[in-house]
Design a binder for this molecule. Sequence first.
Ligand code: FAD
Ligand code: S2G
Ligand code: ZN
Length: 481
Amino acid sequence: ITSLSSVVQRNPSFSRLNSDDIEFFRSILGEKNVVQDEDRLLDANTDWLRKYRGSSKLLLQPRSTEEVSQILKYCNSRDLPVVPQGGNTGLVGGSVPVFDEVIINLRLMNDIVSFDKVSGILVCEAGGILENLSSFLDNQGFIMPLDLGAKGSCQIGGNVSTNAGGLRLVRYGSLHGSVLGLEVVLADGRVLDMLGTLRKDNTGYDLKHLFIGSEGTLGIITKISILTPPKLPAINVAFLGCKDYSSCQKLLVDAKRKLGEILSAFEFLDNMSMDLVLNHLEGIRNPLPPTMHNFYVLLETTGTDESYDKEKLEAFLLRSMEGGLVSDGVLAQDINQISSFWQIREGIPEALMKAGAVYKYDLSLPVEKMYDLVEEMRTRLGNSAKVIGYGHLGDGNLHLNISTPQYDDAVFAQIEPFVYEWTSNHRGSISAEHGLGLMKANKITYSKSPEIVQIMGSIKKLLDPRGILNPYKVLPHSLHS
Ligand code: FAD
Ligand code: S2G
Ligand code: ZN
């Protein structure tokens, strides 16, 4: 657990919670949704990585936009800072308090407001869990336009707030494209109704985009309207072995060209990632014979015609093997095999947690350069740490993870600022999809110019003048009021 006081000082203009506050919150939320229970607070104060822990004394669970509005109006007038929280699966310390901020969790706001079966437009409350929304849509013949390993816990409000990428961005694009509208409550309690369900609406500045990826610092997202793709019948998944990284990268270029519109996921992992999963997770085995493949690719296609897609994919795999890009591979024969392939890829974060301490770097980099950083880190760290590389190769997103038995400042000093400087020198992004949170609040200038960061600060000041929304996160501490 990072000692937070070393990272940032508590803002002296913020008030401390008192018994009148508790009475007020009880008067609008009722007793049971004003949570002061120690165990539940410990859980809500600690992030998924168990790396960050706040000291909040209060967790609020509103049931409606109106209640969120009343809470924020009151907190704003009292200078009480808050942390909006969804599934608490964030990986940059953004979803838990730094000090005693009031936690506002939207888990009770999980209604489906409407679903249009013709357009596929879903309007739902922000507390809907991604997996539950996916099952609701599955019965309607649609799918969510994103999928990630945290689907069982993350909320769609958290996904929008972090502009989550995930496993299918290569096919369905970013939430900036699929989110059509938002309802957001501002720090002073005003409710912004931007909940449009139109594909096209060019009337003025499209403000909803400010809130997508704002990580709880500009407003609390309470409703989302999102375009959901139709569920297609033909899903095929291949698990491939490659001898080197350049083969993975060339395979990606080929797949985009030869599989074209049916390609729906292209994930890669190195053999160290595979070893971690095999060593730390039960019941998972390598689908390929253990001859050393240095890299693995999980390739998925989704289309309308099973035999056509299978034929296209088999021809592609055969050509790739003949061309030496693929040294071995297996095409899933049924849904169980498909999920066993996905379990390997989606199990890596959990395997890393079981292996000990982990330093995570979620980077966008030019695909041809991406793995050079993993190799440079291995050279820098020698055998003081395990360095693995995996991620969404299809959209140029590397998950560089450095695993040690426990957190170690000497290792940390070898990693930062080197990783950020390397990324910046290669014109990459120091946060591809996880956001900046607390972990990278002071690192934003590795990927954004000071002028741009200043304008972000002005927008933050305009929307949250007292700075009560998720303080100490995203923007450099010098910019927080
Ligand atoms: P939380 O963690 O609760 O909060 C995240 C941020 O959003 C915080 O800053 C919080 O203040 C803010 N927030 C939450 N709800 C709201 C709201 N309603 N209004 C305003 N602000 C809000 N991320 C990816 O992008 N791609 C992946 O592939 C991916 N895989 C993952 C796999 C695992 C196993 C795990 C544990 C995490 C993974 N993540 C991934 C990270 C995480 O799941 C995402 O960032 C997710 O979008 C967070 O959703 P959440 O509901 O848990 O939000
Ligand atoms: C994933 C999870 C975070 C990590 O699995 O796609 O986003 O680096 C990641 O383990
Ligand atoms: Zn990811």
